[in-house]
Design a protein around this ligand. Structure first.
Ligand code: NAD
Ligand code: DAU
Length: 360
């Protein structure tokens, strides 16, 4: 039975990936989820799998070398899927240090622990072992007027402390292939959306605020562009890259779905109006009057857009979920999980929100 070590599995993409993998492979794989449970990690995301024999949760910090080495020593790991990271750009602007510690040094700990466990005396590696670093399109910087897309060959030009830290982890991973022929892949994905996304990110924040009749903060002129991908499509791409990708290679993953932020906000408001029944009191609260332009994010990247040609040609992956369908699935999930939202927005979230938006 193949064993996966998933880091950051209690977060947004990690938990969706674990669900996807169990749906696809059932009892034929084992998953060990290693997560420190920061503000972004939530075991509620995995309630439905927590009692499965082939699922284990270990609370550990990826910066803790001893703890990570122990996990490798006690388990014969075949696949590492490394999601764990500090993931929010706005937080990185306010507090960069933890981003370097987790995203750079934590990644180094993961690489070294896997290398130590998999390396044979002759410097080659045990058969069929793979390490995948989940990177981001933000490492490529920002597209400006007249630019086309991000390709795998686009030079790195990260701007935020978040993207600079992800770029460092990304380059370290590539260095382990270049230097040691350690078996890695890197995936650079565009903006994800879907169930379990923490409401500090645009889409769940707008859904949550709109349903409460709270202001909808739009940074700057609202015309920054992101390329949105439904999270299940990302999970599928990661699995396909690990099984079919060429070692040492990077694959871009994107939704072919560029939208300005203000378009996203408007689509959410229209979709909420369509989906809420006439007798639901929240229907009267959802209004375009809530849209509030606020101060721009510092160093705000203008446009991200991925060319996912290589992954399509070499591996056969393409984005399957149209935005219209994905946003309905997402909103439906939030309708059905009001308690989840209440739980994650109590306590520390309130403090963050008040400081971040100065209760705009
Ligand atoms: P998230 O913030 O929702 O989850 C991150 C998880 O990592 C949490 O469960 C958290 O507890 C855990 N974690 C954080 N620090 C840790 C540490 N030191 N040790 C162990 N666990 C730790 O993030 P996400 O949006 O699910 O993103 C997952 C990965 O995908 C990240 O590497 C991110 O850079 C990358 N990514 C995200 C997107 C996106 O749109 N969200 C797009 C492309 C790439
Ligand atoms: O592109 C991939 C990246 O996407 C990932 O690597 C990051 O982990 C992930 O957080 C995401 O980064 P963004 O900064 O693009 O996502 P966010 O949801 O924070 O913001 C999306 C856009 O919406 C961005 O242009 C900023 C804007 N925004 C965001 C928030 C939270 C607003 O206008 N208002 C808001 O309140």
């Amino acid at each position: 039975m193949r064993t996966y070590l998933v880091t950051g599995g209690a977060g947004f993409i990690g938990s969706n990936y674990i669900h996807y993998m169990f749906r696809k492979y059932g009892g034929s794989i084992r998953i060990i989820n290693v997560d420190a449970l920061t503000y972004a990690g939530n075991l509620e995301n995995l309630k439905d799998v927590e009692n499965q024999d082939n699922y284990t949760f270990i609370r550990a910090d990826i910066r803790d070398r001893e703890a990570i080495e122990k996990i490798f020593a006690e388990n014969d790991i075949d696949r590492v899927v490394h999601f764990a990271a500090e993931s929010h750009v706005d937080r990185s602007i306010r507090n960069p240090e933890i981003f370097v510690e987790t995203n750079v040094l934590g990644t180094l700990v993961m690489l070294n622990a896997a290398k130590k466990a998999w390396e044979l005396p002759d410097g080659t590696y045990k058969e069929d072992k793979r390490f995948l670093y989940v990177s981001t399109d933000e490492v490529y910087g920002s597209l400006e007027e007249g630019d086309t897309y991000f390709y795998e060959t686009t030079p790195f030009a990260p701007h935020s402390p978040y993207s600079a830290s992800k770029a460092s982890g990304d380059m370290l991973t590539k260095a382990y292939w270049d230097t040691y022929r350690f078996p890695v892949n890197i995936t650079s994905c565009s903006n994800n959306y879907g169930p379990y996304q923490f409401p500090e990110k645009l889409i769940p924040l707008i859904i949550n605020n709109a349903l409460q009749g709270k202001k909808l903060p739009v940074y700057g002129d609202g015309k920054n562009v992101r390329d949105w991908l439904y999270v299940d499509d990302h999970a599928k791409a990661i699995d396909m890259v690990q099984e079919k990708g060429r070692l040492g290679e990077r694959y871009n993953i994107g939704g072919h779905n560029e939208k300005q932020n203000i378009e996203i906000v408007n689509i959410i408001l229209e979709t909420l109006q369509e989906m809420l029944s006439e007798d639901d009191p929240r229907k009267a609260l959802v209004s375009k009057d809530l849209i509030t332009y606020v101060e721009d994010r510092k160093g705000h990247d203008r446009r991200y857009a991925i060319a996912p040609d290589k992954i399509k040609e070499e591996i056969g992956w393409y984005p399957e979920t149209m935005f219209k369908e994905g946003i309905r699935l997402t909103i439906q999930w939030f309708f059905e999980h009001e308690d989840w939202m209440k739980n994650v927005t109590s306590g520390d979230y309130q403090k963050y929100y008040e400081e971040m938006y100065q209760v705009k």
